[in-house]
Design a protein around this ligand. Structure first.
Ligand code: AHR
Length: 331
C-alpha cells in the first residue's frame, strides 16, 4: 500500500478515535485509557449478489469472520448490478465507515466512486474480483484468486485428456457475467492453452451470467444449434455447468460421457455431480475470503502496510478424486 494512504488513513482514524474518546470521557461512561480499546472497527461490504453456490459461501465466510473478529459489518447485496454497488459505496462513505470492501460485479467504471472514497480518506479493499482502474492508489489491496490461471488449469486438463484424439474437438463455452473479471480472465487463460493445438475449436460461446437457470437455457440453445456435434462444455462456474447438465440429460445425452464437462469453483454441488458421474472436473476457486479480509481490515486500521495483491492458493479436482475429497470440502 502506498505510504501516503497509510498516513492518511491513520490520521483519519486517529481523529475519529479522539472525538469518540473525548465524548465517552465527557459522559463519564468509561475510565481514562479505556476509550481507545472500545471503538469497534466498522467495515462496509458491497457483495455482488447471490447468483451462485460460490457466492453464498463467500457471503457466509465474510459474515462469520466479521463476527469472530469483532468487526461491525455493514453488508449490502447489489443483486448483480453495478449501479447498486456504487450506491452502496456512496452510502458507506456518507456513514464514515472505517474501511470499504467490495467484490466488483464488472471490471470497469469504478474510478469516480473510488476517488470519492479516497477523498473521504476511507481505504478500499477489493475482494474476489479486480477492477481495471489505471490508478492503483484508489484501493489498498486486491485479495482473491488468479482467474487467468484457473482458465489455464481447465485448458491444461482438457489438452491432456484429449491428447490421443485425432479429429476436431468441438467446444461450447458458458461464460460468466459479461464484463466481469472471472469471465474475461477464465476465457483468456483457457484460450491461451488450447490455441497451441488447432484441433480444439470453440464453436459457441455465450454468457450464462454465472447462474444455473441461464446455464441451462443457453446450453439448450447450444444443443439445438449443434445437435450431437458438441464434444466439450467449458463452463466458467459450477452453477452454470449444473444447469447445463440438466439440459444435456433432457436432450437424451449423457453428461461427462457424450460431452466432457469442465467447470470452475469446486463447490459441493460440483462434487455431487462428479460423484454421480455427470461432471468430469472442477477447478477450485475458494470463496473463503472472510478471515483474510478481516485480518487485512485490522492491519489497515492499525496503519500497517499490507501487500497490494493477496492471492488465494487453489487446486483442481477431476471426478476420480471427488468421493475421497468430498468429506473434506468446506463449501
Ligand atoms: O467471482 C467469482 C465467481 O463469481 C465464481 O466463480 C462464481 O461462481 C461467482 O458467481
Amino acid at each position: 500500500m502506498p505510504q501516503d494512504r497509510t498516513a492518511l488513513n491513520s490520521i483519519a482514524l486517529n481523529r475519529r478515535d479522539l472525538v469518540a474518546a473525548a465524548a465517552a470521557l465527557a459522559l463519564g461512561s468509561v475510565l481514562p485509557g479505556q476509550a481507545f480499546a472500545q471503538k469497534k472497527i466498522v467495515l462496509g461490504f458491497s457483495q455482488v449478489g447471490a447468483e451462485s453456490e460460490w457466492r453464498t459461501a463467500n457471503t457466509e465466510s465474510i459474515k462469520a469472520a466479521a463476527k469472530d473478529a469483532g468487526i461491525e459489518l455493514k453488508f449490502s447485496d447489489a443483486q448483480q448490478k453495478q449501479e447498486n454497488q456504487i450506491k452502496a459505496i456512496r452510502a458507506f462513505i456518507a456513514q464514515k465507515v472505517d474501511v470499504i470492501a467490495f467484490s466488483p460485479v464488472v471490471e470497469s467504471g469504478w474510478d469516480n466512486v473510488l476517488r470519492e472514497a479516497k477523498a473521504a480518506k476511507i481505504p478500499v479493499v477489493l475482494t474476489d474480483r479486480a477492477v481495471n482502474s489505471k490508478d492503483t492508489s484508489l484501493y489498498v489491496t486486491f485479495m482473491g484468486s488468479d482467474f487467468v490461471e484457473e482458465g489455464r488449469k481447465a485448458g491444461r486438463w482438457l489438452v491432456d485428456k484429449m491428447k490421443d484424439q485425432k479429429g476436431e474437438v468441438r467446444i461450447v463455452e458458458l461464460q460468466g457475467t459479461v464484463g466481469s473479471a472471472p469471465a474475461i480472465d477464465r476465457k483468456k487463460g483457457f484460450e491461451e492453452i488450447i490455441k497451441a493445438d488447432p484441433k480444439f475449436k470453440i464453436v459457441r460461446s455465450q454468457t450464462g451470467d454465472f447462474t444455473r437457470a441461464k446455464g441451462k437455457e443457453v446450453m439448450e440453445a447450444f444443443l439445438k444449434a449443434e445437435g450431437k456435434g458438441i464434444n466439450v462444455l467449458y463452463a466458467h462456474n459450477d452453477d452454470m455447468a449444473i444447469g447445463a447438465i440438466q439440459a444435456i440429460e433432457e436432450a437424451g445425452l449423457k453428461p461427462a460421457k457424450d460431452i466432457t464437462i469442465i467447470s470452475i469453483d469446486a463447490v459441493k454441488g460440483a462434487f455431487e455431480a462428479m460423484i454421480a458421474g455427470k461432471l468430469n472436473v472442477s477447478v477450485e476457486c475458494s470463496p473463503l475470503l472472510g478471515p483474510q479480509l478481516m485480518t487485512a481490515v485490522k492491519d489497515i486500521v492499525a496503519g500497517k502496510t499490507i501487500p497490494k495483491r493477496i492471492e488465494t492458493v487453489e487446486s483442481i479436482f477431476p471426478m476420480e478424486t471427488a468421493a475421497a475429497e468430498f468429506p473434506k470440502r468446506k463449501y
